[in-house]
Design a protein around this ligand. Structure first.
Ligand code: ADP
Ligand code: MG
Length: 621
């Protein structure tokens, strides 16, 4: 370990963030205190956890608290805790680099437009760096529990910081804020008390203001919020606690608070965030702020996967158990009977919370936009809860012809036409591609509703839903069109007749297209398009193939079935094309068009263009 003083530049993103924050948070400056107290509380939680297996870490100081003191002359506000502290490496990693996986992602969203970016930072939150909202110089001295030497970190928030070895009495972290002149209000005890009560009342450790004469005055309730009775907790208190556990700047969309007693006793306080955090992208990787496990008020772990399955990885909050031993190891937790039982209840309650939320269309819509595509994964991940999750799904549909996903499977079933026994859907790469798919033509003509699916995972999801209210889900681009309600009296007979008439041209198509197709046949599916492609029942859909190819798994283009619309003039006339070479051009061009209208890329675009040009030229003659 080096002990000399080092000056290091902030990562570019950190500098950018600092500048933005200082300029955009002026209307809400006081939040810096919430962030610093929240960090202090986390540090005390960590110390308590580490001390479970090594009580020496307390080193005679087991009165855990967060202390605030001011020096009006020096214009400083000092926030200190006797939590776990940081080593030199931890300081360098956590404060100065982008420790939070979401930060880089966040910075990439910045537009340069002051107003928009200010809004963005309001949603994102900035944690430790918020100190610079009110301070033009910050000195942090910290000593890791169990270490002798301390570290001093200092910065004026302008591109660089220094780090050096230091001395500190006792473990923990002390942050001295050199307040800007205009922020001297935070030297005032009353003002500090007000801010602490507003944002940090729920912090389960005492937050004390220490007077110059050494007197200490505890400002907050200092009891675990989740153990208080529901009737005593206001919405604001729930929201502030969420911001602390969820590391979020915005209030949650919903919460559930359950104090379970019986064979097992535990408390759940779980929250649904209002917005998708920047670091939720693909899973639990990175720094997770999921559901935290406490045992009798002692923080044990925030191993997110313990209480929430992947498809609910956006849920935040606390589970506090009375039954687990305090010294439980992570390995032991993995398939612990108590944990499993709490997890099952937690998941069930969360799904009920979502169901309840759906009574409020606006709130549910914002939930669905933020997390719908993650929730869907549950259909596959937890088949035993498939029915509960299926009720929570929302789709775009031909019923309201809008890309807003607000149609439930139950809505669809309630609108079934007489004689209709299937739930029809189509998958495509975008809402527009789905909406304009030729496959929809006959459904539109007959007024039969079709769900329009365009999410990457949709194919996979509907395949696993299989059925809802005893009605199977059926892709309209797969399998033979089971006419059923789409059929008029006499249609079947007419189709047979037409099929006979077109048998020779169907055979010619087959011969020309060879193994590009599995089959060619006459269809009733279309009204205005000449052709479309259908996958055989049970084959992988072409949308799925494209999704998998984008993910690096190439299953080839597959062998679709080409369907011809006998009522379309091109098909009607092509039947009589005698020039074989020209017929070949027609067949390939029509096939490629069908591929294009599915949103697929052609294997040989230049060949397509050449054939099309030849055909155009022949018309100009
Ligand atoms: P977050 O709290 O969301 O992780 P912050 O920017 O608030 O992000 O803090 C960054 C990291 O710095 C924390 O995760 C923690 O590791 C460390 N840290 C901040 N304050 C303290 C403190 N008082 N004691 C120990 N570690 C701290
Ligand atoms: Mg923080």
């Amino acid at each position: 370990m080096t002990s000399e003083r080092e000056t290091r530049p902030f990562e570019t993103e950190v500098s950018q963030l600092l500048r933005l924050m200082i300029h955009s948070m002026y209307s809400n400056k006081e939040v810096f205190l919430r962030e610093l107290i929240s960090n202090a509380s986390d540090a005390i939680d960590k110390l308590r956890f580490e001390a479970l297996s090594n009580a020496d870490l307390y080193a005679g100081d087991s009165e855990l608290k967060i202390r605030l003191s001011v020096d009006p002359e020096a214009r400083t506000l000092t926030i200190s805790d006797n939590g776990v502290g940081m080593s030199r490496d931890e300081v360098a990693l956590n404060i100065g680099t982008i420790a939070r996986s979401g930060t880089r992602e966040f910075v990439s969203h910045l537009t340069g437009d002051q107003k928009k970016d200010a809004q963005l930072i309001g949603q994102f939150g900035v944690g430790f760096y918020s100190a610079f909202i009110v301070a033009d110089r910050v000195v942090l001295t910290t000593r890791r529990a169990g270490h002798d030497e301390a570290v001093r970190w200092e910065s004026a928030g302008e591109g660089e910081y220094t780090i050096e070895a230091a001395q500190k009495e006792g473990r923990g972290t002390e942050i001295v804020l050199y307040l800007r002149e205009e922020d001297a209000e935070f030297l005032d005890d009353y003002r500090l008390e007000e801010v602490i009560r507003k944002y940090s009342d729920h912090i389960p450790f005492p937050i004390v203001l220490s007077a110059p004469n050494g007197e200490e005055n505890t400002v907050n309730q200092a009891s675990a919020l989740w153990l208080r009775s529901k009737s005593e907790i206001s919405e604001e208190e729930y929201a502030e606690f969420y911001k602390h556990v969820g590391h979020d700047f915005e209030a949650p969309l919903a919460h559930l608070h359950a104090q379970v007693e019986g064979r097992l006793s535990y408390t759940l306080l779980l929250y649904l965030p209002a917005r998708r955090p920047f670091d939720l992208a693909s899973g639990f990787e990175g720094k997770s702020h999921g559901v935290k496990l406490y045992v009798r008020r002692v923080f044990i772990t925030d191993d997110a996967e313990l209480f929430m399955p992947r498809y609910l990885r956006f849920i935040r909050g606390v589970v506090d158990s009375d039954d687990l031993p305090l010294n439980v190891s992570r390995e032991l937790l993995q398939d612990n009977r108590v944990v499993t039982s709490m997890r099952q209840t937690a998941v069930k309650r969360v799904l009920t919370m979502l169901e309840d939320l759906s009574a409020d269309a606006d709130k549910y819509a914002s939930f669905w936009t933020a997390f719908g595509s993650i929730l869907k994964e549950g259909i596959v991940e937890e088949p035993e809860r498939k029915d509960d999750i299926a009720r929570l799904l929302r789709f775009a549909s031909t019923h309201n012809d809008s890309d807003v996903e607000n149609v439930t499977l139950a809505d669809y079933v309630a609108r079934l036409k007489e004689g209709q026994d299937k739930i029809y859907y189509i998958t495509a790469d975008s809402y527009t591609a789905a909406k304009n798919s030729p496959h929809l033509e006959v459904f539109r003509k007959r007024g039969v509703e079709v769900l329009l699916l365009s999410d990457r995972v949709d194919d996979w999801v509907v395949n696993h839903v299989e059925q809802f209210a005893d009605k199977p889900l059926q892709s309209i681009a797969s399998g033979a069109l089971d006419l059923g309600i789409l059929e008029d009296e006499g249609d079947k007979e007419k189709l047979d007749e037409i099929a006979a008439e077109y048998a020779p041209v169907v055979a010619r198509f087959k011969e020309v297209l060879g193994d590009r197709v599995k089959d060619v046949r006459i269809t009733h599916r279309l009204t205005s398009s000449p052709v479309c492609l259908v996958t055989e029942e049970g084959d992988m859909s072409s949308h799925m193939r494209r999704v998998l190819r984008a993910a690096g798994q190439d299953f080839g283009a597959g062998q679709p079935i080409l369907e011809l619309n006998p009522e379309q003039p091109i098909i009607a006339r092509i039947k009589d094309e005698l020039d074989h070479e020209r017929f070949e051009d027609w067949a390939h061009v029509l096939f490629d068009q069908a591929r294009l209208s599915e949103g697929a890329q052609l294997d040989d675009p230049a060949g397509y263009v050449k054939r099309l040009n030849d055909l155009m030229l022949s018309l100009l003659r």
